[in-house]
Write a protein that binds this ligand. Structure first.
Ligand SMILES: C[S@@+](CC[C@H](N)C(=O)[O-])C[C@H]1O[C@@H](n2cnc3c(N)ncnc32)[C@H](O)[C@@H]1O
Length: 395
């Protein structure tokens, strides 16, 4: 990658008009854990330096690098194998694409607007005290020195893995200008804030987000947190999920629900389907509704007969409940995958339903399979009740 390194030295070091370099686009085969890297010139104690900002899904780190040490640092950046680099200088920009065969394609954008750059280190101070990285500390996940607190490690891993999956759903850089997201059953807002931060700061995407919970106290606490962050297009609303009326109806790109209790997951799926959410990521929590139905009206087909083995009935209930959910999603025109999204070490509630909207047509055989499965187990899932009440499906 000597050719790329030469261009970067020329445009960043030997160029007094250099403003910013943005590295983005991750190759699937890359082991790199950063989603984006920014390089900007800064002046610290009267010395010209370069500030490297490394972003992953939930955090970022900043390194101020002396010009003489640029070559070592840039080698690490190049080894991350980003596919797209934008080099902005005053009046012009250079878009670099790295092909799968490591060919370096450069396109120059001439006559861009002039930008007045404040290289003072105060800029960095402002950013740290405003919104950029400190949300993890505000949530009580990280301590003041930026380290994840030992008792919050599992929560941190849960949101980190969740956001990795969001980041891989599509190429968000190429997606439409603004991404609209609904988070259902947000609790303390851990996933909400991490998701908002990912779009707004890690990939610099315009985001509108609505975050709902039935618990007015939790929403009040979350609202006061975001006041400090100044995240203007994040709306926490008190509502039960099913009767929530989204601000941006029918134009939802992603619906997320992490551990929305029991049938709150069904409400989240119904809300997503009703509003034609392009993507849905839902990690169900307790499955009491179906477990209860199985215990109280056991199927003759069930191989688990004895009440004594309650844990097996419970686990069976979990699987049946999520199977019915994905079947209903497919009836509603979604393609689905069920994955274990994180190891059991971090949470045993780790099955994720991942769905993507493809079409509105209802394939007849999917309806028949669903009906057969449901009558085999003698259950009626909440999601079916909600979808029929809202006239979204007729079975
Ligand atoms: C286990 S917490 C999960 C919080 C968060 N998603 C997380 O994983 O950190 C479940 C949340 O769902 C909310 N909830 C439960 N049923 C709900 C419903 N029907 N409508 C809206 N929120 C609901 C609860 O108030 C609670 O805050």
């Amino acid at each position: 990658m000597q050719e790329l390194k030469d261009i970067l030295i020329q445009e960043i070091i030997n160029n007094s008009n250099f403003i910013k370099a943005t590295f983005s686009g991750i190759r699937r085969t890359s082991n790199n854990s950063w989603n984006k890297i920014l390089i900007e010139p800064v002046i610290i104690k009267d010395k010209n330096m370069l500030q490297f900002n490394y972003f992953d899904t939930v955090k970022s780190i900043t390194k101020n690098v002396e010009i003489e040490k640029f070559q070592t640092e840039i080698n690490d950046v190049i080894s991350c194998h980003f596919t797209s680099i934008y080099l902005r200088s005053n009046n012009y920009g250079k878009q670099i694409q790295i092909t799968k065969k490591n060919k370096v394609l450069v396109k120059t954008h001439k006559n861009l607007d002039e930008v007045i750059v404040n290289k003072s280190h105060d800029k960095e101070k402002n950013r740290i005290t405003s919104s950029k990285d400190n949300y993890l500390e505000m949530l009580g996940i990280a301590s003041t020195d930026g380290k994840i607190k030992p008792n919050m490690h599992s929560k941190y891993k849960q949101i980190d893995e969740f956001i990795k999956i969001i980041s891989r759903l599509t190429d968000w850089n190429e997606y439409k200008d603004q991404v609209n997201i609904i988070d259902c059953g947000v609790g303390n807002g851990y996933l909400t804030l991490a998701t908002y931060n990912y779009f707004k700061n890690a990939i610099s995407k315009d985001i509108h987000m609505e975050a709902i919970d039935i618990d007015a106290g939790a929403i009040e606490r979350n609202n006061s947190k975001i006041k400090k962050l100044d995240w203007e297009d994040l709306h926490f609303e008190t509502s039960n999920i099913i009767s929530y009326d989204p601000i941006k109806k029918q134009d939802i790109d992603l619906t997320i629900a992490l551990h929305a209790c029991d049938t709150a997951t069904d409400e989240a799926l119904c809300l997503a389907i009703e509003n034609k959410s392009k993507y849905i990521l839902s990690v169900p929590c307790c499955h009491h509704d179906i477990q209860f139905q199985l215990k109280n009206n056991p199927s003759n087909n069930s191989i688990i007969k004895s009440e004594k083995h309650g844990i097996l009935i419970e686990r069976q209930g979990d699987i049946i409940a999520d199977t019915l959910r994905y079947m209903l999603l497919e009836i509603c025109g979604y393609s689905t995958n069920i994955i274990q999204y994180i190891s059991n070490d971090h949470t045993s509630k780790n099955i994720m339903i991942r769905a993507e909207k493809h079409n509105d047509a209802v394939p007849e055989e999917k309806i028949n399979e669903y009906k057969e499965f449901k009558s085999f187990w003698r259950v009626k899932p909440e999601l079916e009740k909600l979808l029929t009440q809202k006239d979204i499906i007729k079975l």
